[in-house]
Design a protein around this ligand. Structure first.
Ligand code: ADP
Ligand code: ASP
Ligand code: MG
Length: 437
């Protein structure tokens, strides 16, 4: 068996959905299990519409656009236009509820986002069936994807994989399963976080002890984001550790948690291009082959916030750091990078949300200054820790760019630093030129 996940970019319109059908068809011998994202742009649209409703704005145009997009795909594919009407109506009811409440709570926000995948799977299964391939659409929560109630970042419960395995063993058709969503034990819909369909696929891959294939719109994991670096090259093989660092530090091609289920069972994950299916893409394995360069790839996470904490008492006094981090923990803010000096601690977080509350909680203990519009640039490669002079070469290349905070050596395979977002692309480009051209 093989788990094949197709992202939103691979299911943007009717023609692309036909292309996905053809790829699945070419893999029938391997008994594919398909995991699908929402039609490109739909998740954003569902969120925007809900936010407008919470604001009491008219959303009839938005609702019509969502309906029209799906209906026109169905029509072009020669399928019944009513195929997703149950989901469209249910979404309409959720929007009505938001109008009444005049706000969206986290549970409702996850339910809002669930409809994209719930519609796309029905379309693809319809398309496959029309093509003579017996397929069946499933909402992940109906096949065992039960999660924690951490809305927006839910985690599968420990027995999820077992449940999924038991369920899928009995399915005769090709399952087409919603990525990204689940339900908590109370029956509320949850999401695994934006881009989370990759994670769903890896969870199902681990459940079935199979290879997971992430089908996207580029030829695998590349030496940099090809939208930023025109001559970025595909990496044939990359280790779990390297892929994990890249994904965590901004390489959107893979959701950062995708690697976890695969590492646990040592299963390969492949990243492939649905617009060039013959390209062999990237294989992520436990131990990757040696590359010529110590550096494998460069990633960038944009628009993060840099938080500078200075102590009003003595900073490194016993217990200060634990007090500091317990406040971040209270607001579930995860910290990506950290540097300390005698009088201050600098750290980075994804966004400045809740920082005002954190400031209040730390009043009298520490002063906090926040700088927005910063980016983390991250250079990754397992060969780095054995190569002399790499750090010097990296920073020598960047001598014209202001660098604020550096972290090297924490994982032996990554050097990261902070720049102003306006300099981020340039930093990635000059580094790429230096190490890969
Ligand atoms: P999907 O819709 O298939 O989930 P995404 O848009 O989430 O696709 O991810 C694919 C995109 O990730 C690519 O189009 C590319 O711009 C971006 N990307 C960022 N870093 C990398 C990288 N190192 N290698 C390949 N793609 C990358
Ligand atoms: N549709 C969801 C998103 O846009 C999940 C995914 O595509 O992986 O974030
Ligand atoms: Mg994605």
């Amino acid at each position: 068996m093989v788990v094949m996940k197709f992202g939103g970019s691979s299911v943007g319109d009717a023609e692309k959905i036909r292309n996905v059908c053809a790829i699945v068809k070419s893999k029938l011998k391997a008994k594919p299990i398909v995991v699908l994202s929402a039609v490109k742009g739909i998740t954003d649209k569902l969120i925007d519409t809900a936010e407008k409703a919470a604001n009491d704005d008219d959303v009839s145009k938005e609702l019509e656009e969502i309906k029209k997009k799906h209906h026109s795909i169905l029509k072009e594919l020669g399928l019944n236009e009513n195929l997703v009407d149950v989901q469209l109506q249910e979404y309409g009811k959720v929007v009505d509820k938001i109008f009444e409440m005049k706000k969206i709570n986290p549970e409702l926000m996850d339910e809002v986002q669930s409809f994209g995948e719930r519609m796309s799977v029905r379309i693809l299964a319809g398309c496959l069936n029309k093509d003579g391939i017996k397929a069946k659409a499933f909402d992940a929560f109906d096949i065992g994807m039960i999660t924690t109630p951490d809305y927006g970042k839910a985690e599968p419960l420990p027995d999820t994989e077992e449940k999924i395995k038991e369920f899928l063993k009995k399915v005769k058709e090709i399952p087409v399963i919603t990525g990204f969503i689940g339900k908590d034990s109370a029956g509320n819909i949850t999401t695994l976080g934006r881009g989370g369909s990759d994670y769903t696929a890896a969870i199902i891959g681990a459940a079935m002890n199979d290879t997971t294939e992430i089908w996207t719109d580029v030829n695998g994991i590349m030496t940099s984001d090809p939208r930023v670096v025109k001559d970025a090259k595909t990496i044939d093989q990359i280790s779990f550790g390297e892929a994990s660092e890249l994904a965590y530090f901004g390489a959107r091609v893979l959701h950062p948690k995708t690697i976890w289920p695969a590492v646990k069972k040592n299963l390969p994950v492949k990243v492939l291009n649905s617009f060039e299916p013959s390209n062999k893409g990237t294989t992520i394995v436990n131990k990757a082959g040696k590359s010529k360069e110590a550096i494998k790839a460069i990633a960038c996470k944009k628009n993060i916030a840099l938080v500078n904490v200075s102590s009003t008492r003595m900073l490194l006094a016993h217990g200060f750091l634990s007090r500091l981090f317990s406040v971040f923990e209270d607001y579930k803010k995860s910290v990506d990078m950290i540097a300390t000096s005698e009088v201050s601690v600098s750290l980075t977080v994804d966004n400045a949300n809740d920082i005002d509350k954190i400031k209040e909680d730390l009043e009298g203990v520490a002063e906090i200054k926040v700088e927005k519009n910063k980016s983390i640039v991250c250079v990754v490669g397992e060969g780095m820790h054995n190569s002399k002079g790499i750090v010097a070469r990296v920073f020598e290349t960047l001598k014209d760019i202001r660098i604020e905070m550096i972290s090297a050596g924490a994982s032996e395979i990554n050097i990261s630093f902070i720049v102003d977002t306006k300099d981020a692309d340039k930093a990635v480009q000059v580094l790429h030129k230096k190490f890969f051209s």
